[in-house]
Design a protein around this ligand. Structure first.
Ligand code: APR
Ligand code: PHB
Length: 408
């Protein structure tokens, strides 16, 4: 098999890259180790920055997002039983974010790719990238029980944190910057209307909690006798800070709701609505950057190169920034023969990556409570939150980072 750009991984990074290359007239093949149903059901974050929304629209992948996604103009910070709203458009000259789940972005991109893009092979596991430092890089992969080779001009590792792409960079050239956290997030999906119309980030002595949501899904009641009426069902997405080694089964549904209620409590009598929990899982927290993001004809994009803790909702948006930069560079090379943008790829991405690392770390530190936190640490965190609530400058800094720095 032969293609111009061999893409490993059909998460948002790989799928969007394939789409952007297709619209630029560059052919690609995507290899994905999991099956389609798995990729379309995997639960991830659901906040799209303004720039991500613009890119998806321009790529022709924004139709359902524009119909079903929820535009959010702010978030609420909750601490000391008080609430403070951060107004994004007022602070950033009109920017906002979109609530639309990553799995839905993936579904839309898969549908587009199947309709009019290049090959997208599911259950095709990349085993190794070879010859990245030469002119003819290859991906060895296994598909339908057979080993095969994908010959490429370029290989892109969009294969997430555990993928094989990064392993093809010689250890002597790699630099890794990493931090783990002594806590994780227990996340649930629940069939209940969100108790607030915007996201709530809560700091509490017992730990962080987040109220988020998914766009309502319209279901038709199956009925043989009467024409079915569409019914809107609402979905809440909620998270609790838990110790790093927690297993989701350790928490009963009732314990989860009780704990959420404690951490979201306000002095003004706000109430948390409960509902049936349909999904429960634990997300580990990590900060990680691999430099450089390029080795010869191998490029890394998305989680394959960097991880942020989910507090700033930056993971997907960073992946989008990488592949936009890469697609532009490949198109530039195709049109002009000049590799200058490809040569700049790693440095260009890393500037944005480190800003997101900084913001995600700061948001995490601001809102979580480490097991060894001292009373002094607790007071500092509160003082930081008070500062954001009292100073337009401090608040603007948060709003600019949350809604996303423009792509270079
Ligand atoms: N061969 C083929 N596919 C692979 C291999 C392999 N050896 N290893 C991993 N993959 C696939 C995974 O199954 C997954 O579908 O690569 C894909 C990587 O997708 P993501 O993990 O979603 O990563 P990315 O596309 O970079 O998206 C970043 O994902 O983890 C979230 O918060 C993160 O929102 C961010 C987004
Ligand atoms: C989510 O809705 O899953 C979500 C929202 C905001 C975050 C993280 C996750 O910061």
């Amino acid at each position: 098999m032969r293609t111009t750009v061999g893409i490993i991984g059909a998460g948002p990074a790989g799928l969007l890259l394939a789409r952007l290359l297709h619209t630029a007239g560059i052919d690609s093949v995507v290899l994905e180790s999991r099956d389609r149903a798995y990729v379309e059901q995997r639960q991830r974050a659901g906040i799209l920055e303004q720039g991500t929304v613009d890119v998806l629209r321009a790529a022709g992948a924004g139709e359902r997002m524009d119909r079903e996604g929820l535009r959010h103009d702010g978030i609420e910070l909750r601490f000391a039983k008080r609430r403070h709203r951060v107004d994004f458009p007022a602070l950033t000259g009109g920017r906002s974010v979109m609530v639309y789940a990553q799995t839905e972005v993936c579904k839309d991109l898969i549908a587009l790719q199947s309709k009019e893009g290049g090959p997208l092979l599911f259950e095709a596991e990349a085993l190794a990238v070879e010859g990245a430092d030469g002119d003819r890089p290859r991906v060895r992969f296994r598909h339908e029980g057979r080993e095969d080779v994908l010959e490429c001009d370029y290989v892109v590792g969009c294969d997430g944190f555990w993928g094989v792409g990064r392993k093809a960079v010689p250890v002597s050239l790699s630099r890794v910057f990493e931090r783990t956290y002594p806590y994780a997030w227990l996340g649930i999906l629940a069939d209940v209307a969100p108790s607030h119309d915007e996201l709530v980030y809560a700091r509490h002595d017992r730990g962080f909690a987040l109220l988020s949501m998914r766009p309502p899904v319209t279901r038709h009641h199956p009925s043989e006798e009467v024409a079915s009426l569409p019914v809107e069902s609402f979905v809440s997405r909620l998270y609790l800070q838990v110790p790093a080694d927690t297993r989701a089964e350790e928490w009963s549904d009732e314990d989860i709701w009780d704990e959420l209620e404690r951490r979201f409590e306000t002095a003004d009598g706000w109430r948390l609505e409960r509902g049936p929990i349909t999904q429960k899982s634990v997300t580990p927290m990590r900060s990680y950057v691999h430099e450089p993001m390029r080795y010869g004809r191998l490029f890394l994009a998305g989680d394959a190169a960097h991880i942020v803790p989910p507090t700033g909702a930056k993971g997907l948006n960073l992946a989008v920034g990488d592949v936009v930069t890469l697609a532009r560079a490949l198109a530039h090379e195709k049109e002009t023969g000049s590799p200058e943008l490809l040569d700049a790829y790693s440095a260009t991405c890393l500037r944005r990556v480190w800003q997101a690392e900084r913001f995600s770390y700061d948001m995490t530190a601001l809102l979580h409570r480490a097991p060894d936190a001292t009373p002094f640490d607790d007071r500092l965190r509160l003082a930081r939150l008070e500062r954001i609530a009292a100073s337009r400058a401090a608040e603007t800094d948060l709003a600019e980072a949350y809604t996303g720095f423009p792509f270079e």
